[in-house]
Ligand binder design. Sequence first.
Ligand code: HEM
Ligand SMILES: [Cu+2]
Length: 527
Amino acid sequence: MKSYLDHRTTVGSWLGTTDHKRIGLMFLVATAAMLLLGGAFAILLRLEHLTPGPTIMGAPAYNRVFTLHGVIMVWLFMIPSIPATFGNFLLPVMLGARDVAFPRLNLASFYIYLLGAAITLGGVVASGADTGWTFYVPYSSTTFTPVIPILIGVFILGWSTIITGINFIATTHTLRARNMGWMDIPLFVWAIYATSVIQVLATPVLGMTLLLVTMDHGFGWGFFDPAKGGDVVLFQHVFWFYSHPAVYIMILPAMGVVSEVICTFARKDPYSYVAIAASSVGIAFTGFLTWGHHMFTAGMSTLDAGIFGALSMFVAIFSAIKVFTWTGTLYRGQIQLRSPLAYVFTFLFLFVFGGMTGVAVATTSLDVHWHDTYFVVAHFHFIMVGGTLTTYLAALNYWWPKITGRLYPEKWAMVAAVLTFFGFFSTFFPQFLLGNGGMPRRYYDYAEQFQALHLISTGGSWILSAAFLVTIAYLGWSLVYGEKAGPNPWGSRSYEWFTSSPPPPHNFEETPEFRHRPYDYHERIGT
Ligand code: HEM
Ligand SMILES: [Cu+2]
């Protein structure tokens, strides 16, 4: 029986495919390339901060490089990273479906992503904008750098996100296997489902905002310009109304991966399936109520700031429910410390750390001191890199045998996981101290007393790069020399491991009958 990889091998059979697995794989290649590009910009930024004053570039170049780093990492990598790649590949398989609900729309979503990426990168080649990834007005509507291609590119990327979200919602509602109720679907699907709801509801607000900034910049509309009757702070409200929920587009799928990896490698049912599933939906919902915590210093009343601060704590409560449930699942499990679980342990430590600092910056009285300093940079990198990126690597290691049919050398995977942890921690922990000491974010120059901490941070970025190189090397090696994986190398009870690795074109050779729930490790009815 041929797999989805080799049943047809022409270039046309890939470019015109409607198979969700091939589309997921193409997204994986495209987004991984963006991760490496964004990473290259990060290395340049850290090199620049090796010494105060000019090191390798001038101030205008620095402003462009941090903008391009943020734009590429957030819009081209983080947002599509787990949903469009692993979500696309796994959601239908986990539901026992042959494909997503709208396969052609799924392919369209990939090409729209490529178009958006091409236009955005066109802006990069045309010397790049210097507004930061957040495009704050009035700077973004007046800067002389070419910001319009980037605004339009990100607008188009939003369409891809919305279409993918609609597809996943429709698939989860209509294509579940016979007898599969809502309380039987795998936790990763719950996470992707909650993410999709945010993608569909919030992204149009971002699209509208970016178009209005484009009009202000290109045609002098003045929508955000008080001199023309506009409102400059309104930009921040609409931008964060999308972008706060968007941080959950980045972390919820990661949480879904964590649930799968922990159950498999602890050989245990989740401590509470309902708590994990419901808290995903809870996070998606409350995420819409907290955008004001980005604007405590933008002229907000004390009452409003207090309300936004208090609402932000609810997200932390739902996140804590997840962490306690995962810990409860690990407790007395038969733990096998394989590389995906090593990454998940890294996630747990760094996410809790990052989440706690989220609670700290959501406290108005503290945030007025930390706002726009490296403290905030450290906070969101702890969550986005320490949380989402390490989990992306966990997912890559966990599902690699399913996607490619090959095993990789576990020893090297562990080396990469350990390097990732130490590299990450030494890059970003000093940034909390820098921020607390008064180092503002997005500044080119700094006072000499900050140099030691910047030095540690730059050294950390080299360790992190080494981890990436090791990962690329052993995964590349496994494609050629790796042992054949077999359907279920981890001995998991989750549905995607029921089919062969790599799966056949329509996922299952026979219509699957799932006679047990995805994590019934205690029952052990036929695998
Ligand atoms: C535990 C819940 C969380 C709380 C209470 C929280 C709170 C906050 C607050 C108050 C700020 C604004 C700080 C300032 O600008 O002075 C902030 C910034 C930020 N947070 Fe969080 N956060 C949480 C989780 C997350 C998660 C899960 C992510 C991403 C996956 C994230 C990503 C960001 C980003 C990207 C920014 C900064 C954006 C910018 O100004 O460039 N946060 N967070
Ligand atoms: Cu926020």
